[in-house]
Design a protein around this ligand. Structure first.
Ligand code: MSP
Length: 488
């Protein structure tokens, strides 16, 4: 039986959600909705959630004068709220402070230990708490973290290490052979390049999987003086959510069909995670897809720059479905891009108000006024649906949207050429026959457009399908009233 398991990263809760988090989660939602229609509700599992065991939560909570767990609960709620507002249809919202996650992590860590994949050692190096990652001197920018611009701490402590060096050949093989797909192709070659570099390091590639100084997180089952490194335990959310080691859901849905994320966290997913799974004797995910990273108006989106867009503000201004459309149609899914805030209103007016909205309102208007609300139902062509489906299956979301908007443009052009409004004014049987034909053709096209757009715009798609297939068609209310102001 075909099942489909899709995950997003679990997001850090030391901050509030922004449109970067929304972007990945909407994309995953499109896939989940698409597959539910194709194989059935119960056979799809869509996971998103929050990464709650990072040490930086303790610091952020203290800055807010709050208890750490309370602070985490508050921000996790904001993520859940934002995703609900975006009509994300996740089957579960994972939170890694949940006790069942910790229990599952214990089992997995014990397996790694029993398999001889862990060793004790001393770690000395530079650590950035913002990234929750170690840096080499050469990777710093003027001695500062290249992402956060902060000075990394010098850390020396006893840690447990994962023997990554012993698994690199195997990871290289499964990626190279396509047994575990890393996509798009550019990310596959980058990963293989990184593995080559890591192999040169020998045992130095082994990375520490516990923290001695951490005060927040999951105790390491073998040595509770240590906490499990947050990244190591966060990756395990993908299996703990399903009830690893022996939950029914785990048996049904693992291995994941797609782990979706941006390229910033590809190393963890495409190198560390498969190596750990191999060591613990768990099957590998089928595909790891890293989409691009976007900047906003040419700048990195960050709280300190004050240019973070709140997904809720976007939903308030444009509506849910338009927000989903505007975010996913910006640039090719696998590439980096720049999002220009001003372009949102322009694109809203051009593609949604003038494109899809206008086609629907003028068609339904003429049908109500001239044909008493009824048209003969034509067979839908099916070509567009096939095309957009295959784009969705290959995660080319922008291409799928392009093909749908091309069909909308063609339907509008057909409407303009056939001039049904003029036919309606002619008082003869031939013109009336023509009018009926033209409008029933446009309705069939709209029905197919609605079906193709539904995973992206679930409410609008459904609404259009109902409107154009009704026994008595009435003029549609404007779906996308034009927007004048450019700022969100
Ligand atoms: N907690 C880790 C992930 C652990 S997964 C086991 C983490 N969290 S995060 O909050 O920083 O989220 C990073 C992810 O958010 C990116 O991989 C991407 O999915 C999404 N994005 C955040 N900003 C983004 C952009 N500016 N552009 C594209 N995606 C963005 O890393």
């Amino acid at each position: 039986m075909k099942t489909f398991y899709i995950t997003t990263p679990i997001y850090y809760v030391n901050d509030v959600p922004h449109i970067g988090h929304a972007y990945t989660t909407i994309a995953a939602d499109v896939l989940a909705r698409y597959w539910r229609k194709k194989i059935g509700e119960k056979d799809v599992f869509f996971l998103t959630g929050t990464d709650e065991n990072a040490q930086k939560n303790v610091e952020s909570a203290a800055e807010h004068d709050m208890d750490t767990q309370q602070f985490i609960d508050m921000n996790a709620k904001k993520f859940e709220g934002a995703f609900a507002a975006l009509h994300i249809s996740n089957d579960m919202f994972m939170r890694t402070t949940a006790p069942f996650h910790k229990e599952s992590v214990d089992v997995f860590m014990q397996k790694l230990h029993d398999a001889g994949a862990l060793k004790e050692g001393v770690y000395e190096g530079l650590y950035c708490t913002g990234c929750e990652d170690f840096y080499l001197e050469k990777d710093l920018k003027d001695g500062l973290c290249p992402i956060h611009g902060t000075k990394p701490e010098i850390v020396k402590e006893k840690n447990w290490f994962f023997r990554l060096s012993e698994y690199l050949d195997k990871v290289e093989h499964v990626i190279g052979s396509g047994e575990m797909e890393v996509a798009p192709e550019t990310k596959k070659s980058e990963t293989l390049g990184l593995i080559k570099e890591l192999k040169k390091l020998g045992e130095k590639a082994d990375f520490s999987v516990t923290r001695e100084r951490a005060t927040w997180g999951v105790d390491f089952v073998v040595d509770p003086t240590q906490k499990v490194y947050v990244w190591v335990e966060a990756l395990q959310n993908y299996i703990s959510a399903l009830g690893y080691p022996d939950g029914e859901r785990f048996k049904k849905f693992w291995p994941a069909d797609v782990h979706l994320m941006a390229k910033d966290i590809l190393k963890f997913h495409a190198v560390y995670w498969p190596a750990m799974l191999m060591a613990a004797g768990v099957e590998l995910p089928k595909k790891i897809f890293a989409h691009g990273f976007f900047s906003l108006n040419g700048k990195k989106m960050s709280k300190s720059l004050g240019n973070v867009i709140d997904p809720l503000a976007m939903v308030e201004k444009f509506g849910v479905d338009a927000t989903r459309y505007l975010l996913l149609s910006q640039f090719p899914f696998g590439n980096d891009g720049d999002i220009q805030e001003e372009r949102f209103a322009e694109k809203f007016n051009a593609d949604l108000a003038n494109g899809l909205g206008n086609l629907l309102s003028r068609t339904t208007n003429l049908i109500e006024k001239n044909l008493g609300g009824s048209v003969e139902r034509k067979e839908v062509d099916g070509g567009l649906f096939k095309k957009s489906s295959s784009y969705i299956e290959s995660l080319s979301f922008d291409e799928a949207l392009k093909s749908i908007w091309q069909a909308i443009a063609e339907a509008n052009a057909y409407f303009d050429e056939a001039k049904p409004w003029a036919l309606a004014k002619e008082d003869n049987a031939e013109a009336k026959e023509k009018l009926k034909n033209v409008l029933s053709e446009v309705c069939a096209r709209l029905e197919e457009i609605a079906r193709a757009v539904t995973p992206f715009m679930p409410d609008i798609g459904e609404k259009i399908a109902v409107l154009v297939t009704a026994d008595k068609i009435v003029k549609a209310e404007p779906l996308f009233p034009r927007i004048e102001s450019k700022n969100i």
